[in-house]
Design a protein around this ligand. Sequence first.
Ligand code: ZN
Ligand code: ZN
Length: 822
Amino acid sequence: MDELTEAYVKWKYNFNLSDNFNEEYSFKIDAVNIYTLEKEVCIHRSENTKAAVALVSAGYLGTSPEFPSLAISLQTLELYYTLRLFKPSFSVEAFAKALCHLYSIPFRRGYRTGLSDTFDVYLAIRRRIDSQVAKELGHEGANYCVLNSCPACCYKLEDEPELEFSRMWVVDGNNSLKRMAGIGNREVSDTRIFGESDYYLSEDFVNIYAGEIKARPLARNIEDEDPDELQSDWVDEEHGDPTDGIEDSELAQCTENWKAAAADQQKKMWGIFHESGYFASACRHGFVLWVADMIRSGELAKYPLAIVAKALGVLPPRWLMGYDIGCSFGGTILCSSLGPEFAKQKCRTCVNAFHGYSHNAACQQKYHPLNILGMGLEDLETLERLFSSSNQLAPLIRYMTAYRRRVFIDIFLQQWDQEKYQNLATMLHNNYVQALNILEDEAKALQADLLAKGITIEDLETYFVEESNHLKEIGKEAEGDLHAVAYVELLQRYRELSSACDNAAADFRSQTPADYEFLASAASYSRNLSDGRRAETKRRYLREQRDKTLFEVVQMETAMSISPRWEPTDREYIETIEYMNTRKYRQALERLYKLVIQRLFELHKMNLSFTGYKMRTHISNALQRRSKAIRNAVKTYNSAAAAIGQLTLDWVKVTHYSFLDQFNVLQDTRHSILDKKWADPVVRHLMKQHRQVARAKEEIQHCNIQIRRLQTSIFDEDKKFQKVLEHLKDTSMYFPVHDFINRRRAVNQLLLSRIYQTQALPGFTGNRNPGVREGSGPPTSTSVPMNLDLPDPDSDDGEDAEDDEIVDGMGAVIEYMSNLST
Ligand SMILES: [Zn+2]
Ligand SMILES: [Zn+2]
């Protein structure tokens, strides 16, 4: 392999090719070259050169190391590699077919296999060169990438203001990168494990956290159950999921929603897939930190826990982690062996913006990004973007070997990070502009509205506290109420049984016909006899039931000191019936809410494109079922609401995003909240606006710091590049390192131009001069290196990052999705 790599570098950089060769050892071989379309090449070599090495020196790679029958040109492989970087779904087979087409020969499976095997070797050579380049640049060490790849997160400068959180990052699982288990004998023939990735956590490491959390079953509603899909098919009874660590009644709703959504996605998938997806983590700028394969399971607690373990060991303290079930997962971490370290490092969890809206109001107050001090305008949706991009790989890797699957995911992630780097200044620029706009528009509107309403910012803060105190009360039923309900229910049952008894007695009498002695037919006689017996049995049974119930009624009356017995016209009786109706109403509302949330989850996870046909059908069936269930739930809700004089809903409104916000107001029936300030829609809007303005101010502070970090790192990097190149002069490594540096410099140029654009914004408040990296000693020179061709700060390249627009305006996305397939 070393020889091949060396030969490759020589070929690639056109370097030292004047090897002596001996005609006697030259050979001819069938060749594939997309540029020349030649069918055969003659390879020259010297006596001691191996065929494989001679091939590489000539710009070819053999399909087998010892006795290659076919040679594929390195340029052809490079072209395929490059195409794949930008179109990850472009398969080896498609490329092989394209080659066959150009060569005017029919495609055969063997070509695909040959190309695929050769491409493996090509990739191995590339990886070797990349790691040598990294070594020359000092980019080495176990956690180098996590600690350095994102300058905005990692390049901490001296004397910079302390931020609330040292890092903001996210984790989430994605189940589109599945791989079928044991396809024929391919699995057996390729037992390699790809361990060269900077991103991958090993299965063994993940399994350290397997036994930490025990599974707790989901309290399922029987009505939701699909009779074809039994719970036992997919529930892992031993290993807990990320919500299993805690029992917090405030978050019970979140936990249940999450479990239900997760369960629906995983049904019956484990059997056929070995890797059932992957679990990823990334910083707020999108740079990938660690990933782990999910093996024959859904989102178990061990995956995020393993990543948290890494973060606690590698990242600086006081980080914040977002996760769609971040609210309960915080508790899960605390119950695990990582709990003490997590608490000691003062780390915390939160929910990402999209999922945040589907969590209940009490949870949102603590865990939604909008309500977290020091959060800035971060929505923590970066993994949604990663997943929607990595979904492109799904159809390709489903049938690959485990080794190749990882290789391709690794290449994908590297390219992803490259693009994130290239986009970093634009991302910060856009955030800056967004924050300035909020401060310009929203802050002004807020001031004016506060004045008009005659309230202050302090009042708004008080309303938050009042609302959260109020939320704590919701759902807590007074003990006395429950006893009264049980008593009234029992009374109702007793009265029903009493009247049923009376009716049965009347029936029995009517069963005995007055003219029975005149009946001629024996059959008719015996039928009448058995009817009579049945009526008698029923009468006795009812009498027994009635007496038993009466006994229970008396018991309860004694316990509750009730005397005389409540009558339907009594005040207590009427009040309890009203309370029962309210409870029925609340249960109907909660069920409706739960169904709407589940539907949102499904729509969100559906990832409309890149989902296989079968899966799409499965989801759309599930959605139809859910829609039907929602319609029924609306009906039940409306009849319960009418009984207590609450607002009724219509189906169309329920499927809109605004329903989720309305839920918390609808939920209240016991306390009259109409006189509470925070329930006033205008005030609610102001409260939200106030939070947004506060987050925008923080965002400006974040961007000021992070832009300067990026700028400084670019200047420092350039100085280092110059040194490294001088040091490598006249060595073979000079060329690949130079190649790397050239590309990086071009990107840095682009980044700088964007940074200057941000610095030229009218509202820019940051420091325009580069700083000194923390711990890098006294400043040497902060002047701009000469060879960096500085762009004109006013130039506008007009390129905006498409990525960031994808998930912008989550409210609109939810609205859009919820109106789909109704
Ligand atoms: Zn970052
Ligand atoms: Zn929650």
